[in-house]
Design a protein around this ligand. Structure first.
Ligand code: FAD
Length: 380
């Protein structure tokens, strides 16, 4: 049996690609090395922040507008809500990495936002503790996506639309053959016209030939129980991202009413983090993990620093410049690659799915993804 498209890795981007391809009536096979969905994939931990005033680069904003629309579309299709708009506040110095970047994107794309002094911030959200010289940029369109539920929905929608998806099948190699590809798995070879690689933290392994140094890091997520839980509901407390000014960035979420974001108040350190091998990473809590989470709370949200409920480990796959790789394979136009989502990719999953489906089927896409191409590494 031959397919039009094989998707290697049915995690965040792979599930979205299968969903968008199947909706177009494309004969797609998705192969996932773990369970489907895989609890060890990078969408684990219940929620992911979504924000429009994009610190990382203003060029992501048009993609984000598409992602917002498609998250809502997934919700409508599945009869559920995956994107929850709670607003988000970026904390730090006005010219610093987080606030400075968000402000640049907000101004360039005329996005609605409020810039608050530390005093105004304290009056509005006494839960935050910041330096007097810090400011807060508030964006009301931001919020979170229920990541595990959303991936489950994309997998299910893909299956219902006719995709063939297989869990516990590992892709070990691939090659071009004639006008198509042969994908080698631990359960035999499969043929297709096109292949899309969305292998997350394992991309360096399955695409060794790319030679883009992908650094996988071990990220610790924590849930605590605040002294006054009612101060942390989404009506009273937004998603937050705080620039500590020493190279560390911390972030957190409001309580979710039904615990769908994990029971308790979720927070974590965005970076720095420890480089690891995705096959050998310690997924259990290590000494120091709890402090990593608590340090962010102690500094920015002291009343959230209550008893620990749980810790979870997840992986970032970082490119050297922190921007994604979304492109055709440099040596094979039948293969499309999406990797290196550098700890901020989840919010884009449905729009990436659409762009990857276009690249695989049409050979091009109207989504503005040129800035994510592989050629930038050759130029460096
Ligand atoms: C702790 C944490 C917090 C984050 N916070 C945010 C946030 O707030 N906002 C945001 O937008 N993003 C966030 N991110 C980043 C985001 O979650 C990731 O960028 C995104 O999930 C990456 O998606 P992916 O499809 O590349 O990888 P994954 O979702 O990991 O999918 C890759 C899949 O490929 C499978 N696979 C790999 N190799 C093979 C093979 N050889 N054969 C078959 N299957 C294979 C894997 O098992 C996996 O299921 C966060 C990430 C982490 C870890």
């Amino acid at each position: 049996m031959s397919y039009q498209v094989i998707v290697v890795g049915v995690g965040s981007m792979g599930a979205a690609t299968c969903w968008r391809l199947a909706r177009k009536g494309i004969n797609v096979l998705g192969l996932e090395q773990g369970a489907l969905p895989n609890p060890l994939a990078s969408f684990a931990g219940a929620t992911r922040a979504i924000r429009l005033s994009y610190t990382e680069h203003p060029d992501y904003v048009p993609l984000l507008r598409g992602a917002y629309r498609l998250w809502d579309e997934l919700g409508e299709e599945a009869g559920d809500q995956f994107l929850v708009r709670t607003g988000a506040v970026y904390l730090g110095r006005k010219e610093g990495y987080m606030v400075g970047g968000a402000l640049r994107a907000a101004v360039e794309h005329r996005l609605e936002h409020e810039l608050l002094t530390s005093q105004e911030l304290g009056e509005r959200w006494p839960q935050f503790q910041v330096d007097e010289a810090d400011v807060g940029l508030f964006e009301k369109e931001a919020g979170y996506v229920l990541s595990e539920r959303a991936v489950g929905a994309m997998v299910q929608r893909a299956l219902l639309a006719g995709a063939k998806l297989k869990g516990h099948v590992a892709v070990t190699d691939w090659r071009t053959e004639g006008d198509g590809v042969v994908v080698k798995t631990d359960q035999g070879d499969v043929r297709a016209d096109r292949v899309v690689f969305t292998a997350g933290a394992w991309s360096g392994k399955v695409l060794e030939e790319l030679k883009v140094p992908l650094k996988v890091t071990r990220q610790v997520l924590g849930w605590t129980w605040p002294q006054c839980p009612m101060d942390f509901t989404a009506e009273k407390f937004p998603v937050w991202v705080a620039d500590a000014g020493d190279g560390a960035v911390h972030y957190g979420f409001p309580l979710t009413p039904d615990g769908s974001g994990g029971v308790g108040l979720k927070s974590a350190r965005h970076f720095p983090a420890l480089e690891v091998n995705p096959d050998r990473v310690v997924r259990e809590a290590l000494e120091g993990d709890e402090d990593e989470v608590r340090n962010g709370l102690r500094r920015f949200v002291p009343s959230g620093d209550g008893p620990l409920l749980s810790l979870r480990i997840c992986l970032y796959t970082n490119t050297p410049d922190g921007h994604f790789v979304v492109d055709h394979h440099p040596e094979c136009s039948h293969a499309v690659i999406a990797c290196g989502f550098s700890g901020h990719g989840f919010k884009f999953a449905p729009v990436m799915g659409e762009a990857l489906a276009d690249l695989a089927v049409e050979g091009k896409t109207d989504w503005p993804i040129d800035f994510l191409g592989l050629s930038r590494f050759a130029d460096a």
